[in-house]
Design a protein around this ligand. Structure first.
Ligand code: AMP
Length: 391
């Protein structure tokens, strides 16, 4: 059966069509710059990439273009071959403890939760509406970034803020990248041949987060109420002293929102190095002796190691550390910098294996903790849940 996995942003729709249950990707693509006269529609099929520049006035037009493209390139002969559409939704709050079949009530809750994720949930909802309009009889499933973290206990998800903030306004840690953390931790358990494990997943991409997964259930994660919490990322600061925003707001004459924007968009690798948010540029600058680029990686590696140390204590041990996402999968330099800081735990990297790519064990035989590279696949997780809930 063919399942579509969708990730809709405010001006883009990323999609993948998967054959299930084999989990093989049939095609993928993206509609970008929705709302512009020079929007782009890209579809990848059979190793070829087709790009069309055209006006796409809204998400509805984008979805129609995707479906027409699938037929034009003979990926499908009829849109009814698509038996389910799974949508990535960023914020599921405490309402959604699992993925869910979308009806009007669910859609409304996703829109309401947009108060806590204004950059994401409204765009996700727009994508859902656009697919529902074109494929009214096909089951649509919402898969949330937050549900995997819903197994955390209050000592882990509550902040030291007034309890009424939690009760009245939902202020707590939700965590994000849940589909990735679930996919990678399940894969690690499969590689170790048991689910009785203590695993840390390091999802390090432009956005980045860690999770502590005990016996298959998430017990801690680094992102919080929003994806800004945690350690420094491509452009995000991660956690800082909470008194800094008002201090800097006064110094720079900026509003709270303007300061939040700087912490989201101008910090992290970009803000520290002054060069770029892209790890490849940072690595190149480090190799040329740039001190601030080195500092960007050093600060991130230090904080990641600190989280792993605290997860080791919280879980009462550690069996495996898994690296995933753009940087986690592709940067031997950063992996080395992180693992070097964990030598007290008896973790040892095999330097030759650490240079390689793809799913593999990269720790030495005598390392007390296994270290893996496990490429993530959020679309497969979305397709799995869509298949489970739509039939
Ligand atoms: P993601 O958000 O998971 O797509 O990851 C994006 C990040 O992965 C960017 O910072 C890229 O620079 C980084 N990345 C991708 N390929 C490589 C590579 N070969 N070496 C280092 N970083 C990489």
């Amino acid at each position: 059966m063919k399942i579509m996995a969708v990730n809709a942003g405010s001006s883009s729709i990323k999609f993948q069509l998967l054959d299930m249950p084999s989990e093989t990707q049939i095609t993928s693509g993206i509609v970008e710059r929705i709302g512009s006269e020079k929007a782009l529609f890209t579809i990848k099929f059979n190793g070829e990439k087709h790009v069309v520049e055209t006006e796409i006035k809204d998400h509805g037009v984008g979805v129609s273009l995707i479906l027409a493209g699938l037929i034009e390139h003979k990926v499908i002969s009829d849109i009814n071959e698509i038996e389910g559409v799974g949508h990535r939704v960023v914020q599921g709050g405490e309402v959604f403890k699992d993925s869910v079949l979308i009806d009007e009530q669910v859609l409304q809750k996703i829109i309401d939760l947009g108060e806590m994720a204004p950059l994401h949930n409204p765009a996700n909802a727009t994508g859902i509406k656009a697919f529902k309009a074109v494929l009214p009889n096909v089951p649509q499933v919402a898969v949330f970034d937050t549900t995997f973290h819903q197994t955390m206990t209050p000592d882990a998800y509550l902040y030291g803020t007034p309890y009424e903030w939690y009760k009245n306004f939902g202020i707590r840690k939700y965590g994000f990248h849940g589909t990735s953390h679930q996919f990678v931790s399940e894969k690690a358990n499969a590689l170790m041949g048991t689910t009785e494990t203590k695993v840390v997943v390091c999802h390090i991409g432009n956005g980045a987060s860690l999770s502590a997964v005990k016996n298959g259930h998430c017990v801690e994660t680094s992102m919080g109420f929003t994806p800004l919490e945690g350690f420094p990322m491509g452009t995000r600061s991660g956690s800082i002293d909470p008194a800094i925003p008002s201090f800097m707001g006064n110094k720079l004459g900026l509003t709270a929102q303007e300061i939040t924007d700087i912490l989201n968009k101008k910090s992290g690798y970009l803000g520290i190095s002054g060069i770029s948010n892209d790890a490849r540029d940072i690595e190149k600058a480090i190799s040329e002796g740039n001190e601030r680029a080195k500092l960007a990686f050093d600060i991130q590696a230090k904080q990641i190691a600190d989280y792993i140390g605290s997860y080791y204590i919280y879980m009462g041990g550690l069996d495996a550390i898994c690296f995933t996402a753009g940087i986690g999968e592709n940067s031997p330099v950063l992996r080395q910098m992180i693992i070097d800081r964990l030598s007290v735990l008896g973790v040892k990297l095999d330097h030759a294996l650490n240079q390689l790519r793809g799913e593999r064990l990269i720790s030495t035989a005598d390392s007390k903790v296994k270290v893996y590279i496990i490429p993530t696949d959020e679309e497969v997780m979305i397709a799995r849940d869509t298949m489970r809930l739509s039939h």
